[in-house]
Design a binder for this molecule. Structure first.
Ligand code: MG
Length: 163
């Protein structure tokens, strides 16, 4: 059995915060506003995985009204989703992420993001794809006011070993 999941997220860029994307600290003069560290990449990945399992969304599992998640690194949220995958008997066949950001340039961070996400999900790095696009100067993302990410994943039923 296989399941497809899709995730999307967008956060505002603001001064005075560190920028985290795909679980990696990115050099920039602004960061993403959010209850957690605002990592849109990990949030989109969590939602894609939860969506494939039909287990709701990130807001349901980690409500931003809950003080326990204030300032929580998004890596902790993804690890919890990885635990749910394990519990529900799924493994990640592949995961494909698109980041939409006008700046900074993300190519130098692509491998680090892939490695970090693969590590958090306990899968080989080849399973994880990261792509980055600009919005050609159009809309809030194009004006550099926000960064968005989408993620698509395919899950397969984990083979159970009997005996
Ligand atoms: Mg978010």
């Amino acid at each position: 059995m296989m399941r497809v999941g899709h995730g999307y997220d967008l956060h505002r860029l603001v001064p005075g915060r560190r920028l985290y994307l795909g679980g990696v600290a990115v050099e920039y003069d602004r960061g993403l506003l959010g209850h957690s560290d605002g990592d849109v990449v990990l949030h989109a990945v969590c939602d894609a995985l939860l969506g494939a399992m039909a287990l709701g969304d990130i807001g349901q599992h980690f409500p931003d009204t809950d003080e326990r998640f204030l300032g929580t690194p998004s890596s902790v949220l993804l690890q919890e989703v990885a635990r749910l995958l394990q519990q529900e008997g799924w493994e990640v066949s592949n995961l494909d992420v698109t980041i939409v950001a006008e700046a900074p340039r993300l190519a130098p961070y692509r491998h680090a993001m892939r490695s970090r996400i693969a590590e958090l999900l306990n899968v080989p790095v080849e399973v994880v794809s990261i792509k980055a696009k600009s919005n050609e100067g159009m809309d809030a993302i194009g004006r550099g006011e926000a960064i968005a990410a989408t993620a698509v994943t395919l899950l397969r039923e984990r083979k159970t070993t009997i005996g």
